[in-house]
Design a protein around this ligand. Structure first.
Ligand code: NAD
Length: 331
């Protein structure tokens, strides 16, 4: 039986990855600062701990592991990453995690390690035109990410490749593009655009208004988490070290995305654009390389993933509202 360590197992993608690995017959140890807030805690062994602490990393990275999946990071959506207030924490915390985990993987002779980088490392100058962004893997340099989060990802990708070159560790590096889906953060300030829009639509009264940050013409593509995990596993099983995009090529403006969610909800709502942090003007995955190297790319239509996610978030919202009204009636 293969043994894997999932760092960030209490998070959104990490929680889904644990389930997938187990369904493939792996024994999985998860580690995170916290348990998954939606109950997605199925690791065979779940360690609550801080990966910035080398002593904790020494304990969880054991020499019987076949694979490590390093997904732990201090991260969030535009409201967390682009305000500037969290920059030092983002760089310090995520870099320390990557430094510690890689060094211990080398010490313990772990053979294979996956790292989740982000499309946020691509240069801003190639993402100024919302209708024609460039995010092919070879367009990363000269580097000019628009956030410190992106700079840290670029540094850490490079760190992983140095451990490959100097210490012979098999690394696999993917650049995720906006992953969304059920069991992901949908409120509290760290949620990303798809979940935030679903929550706004689910909370709005029929005939009301939902607010969207920016002019709404900024474009993105969004990938449902199940297909992201397919890509991660295919990359791990391949000989290609990366970096490679794991994302959807179905680009959409944020206002059109909001209209799609409104349509799914069946409500009659108006979109109002307001000032807010937005990130680059345009971004889309370029899947030429993943198709060439893995013979695969995600294909599920965006709408399918949004239907699943909207349903999950509106159920979460209902549960939260019921709980609040019960608490209010007791008080
Ligand atoms: P997430 O925030 O849900 O998961 C990250 C997890 O890391 C969290 O559970 C957090 O508690 C944990 N963590 C943070 N600091 C830690 C520490 N010091 N010790 C132990 N655990 C710690 O985020 P996610 O969306 O599941 O993202 C997973 C990975 O994918 C991250 O590296 C992220 O940067 C990357 N990524 C995600 C997206 C996306 O759209 N979700 C896009 C690009 C890249």
């Amino acid at each position: 039986m293969k043994k894997a360590l999932v760092c960030g197992a209490g998070g959104f993608i990490g929680g889904h990855l644990v389930n997938r690995l187990q369904s493939e017959g792996y024994w999985v140890r998860g580690v995170d600062l916290k348990e998954n807030e939606y109950g997605n805690n199925n690791a065979d062994e779940f360690v609550i701990g801080d990966l910035r602490d080398p002593k904790l990393v020494e304990k969880v990275v054991t020499n019987d592991l076949d694979e490590i999946y390093q997904l732990a990071a201090d991260m969030g959506g535009a409201g967390f990453v682009f305000t500037g207030e969290n920059d030092a924490a983002i760089m310090h915390n995520s870099a320390l995690i990557n430094l510690n985990v890689l060094e211990e993987a080398k010490n313990k002779g772990v053979k294979k390690i996956f790292y989740s980088s982000s499309a946020c490392m691509y240069p801003e100058y190639n993402q100024l035109d919302p209708d024609n962004p460039k995010c092919s893997e070879d367009s990363a340099y000269p580097a000019a990410p628009d956030s410190e989060y992106g700079w840290e990802k670029l540094f850490s990708e490079r760190l992983f490749f140095t451990y490959h070159r100097n210490h012979g560790i098999e690394v696999r590096v993917a650049r995720f593009h906006n992953i969304f889906g059920p069991l992901g953060t949908w409120d509290g300030g760290r949620e990303k655009a798809p979940a935030a829009v679903c929550r706004k639509v689910a909370s709005a009264k029929d005939g009301g208004v939902i607010e969207i940050w920016g002019d709404g013409k900024q474009t993105r593509s969004f990938l449902i988490v199940h297909e992201c995990i397919d890509g991660v596993r295919k990359l791990m099983e391949s000989d290609f070290i990366g970096p490679v995009n794991i994302g959807s090529e179905e680009m959409i403006s944020i206002n059109d995305f909001a209209k799609m969610v409104i349509d799914i909800s069946g409500k009659n709502l108006t979109v109002k654009n307001i000032p807010g942090p937005t990130g680059v003007r345009g971004r889309n995955s370029d899947n030429a390389l993943i198709k060439e190297k893995l013979g695969w790319a995600p294909t599920l239509p965006l709408r399918k993933g949004v239907e699943e996610t909207y349903k999950w978030i509106s159920d979460q919202l209902k549960k939260k509202q019921e709980l609040e009204s019960q608490t209010a009636s007791i008080a």
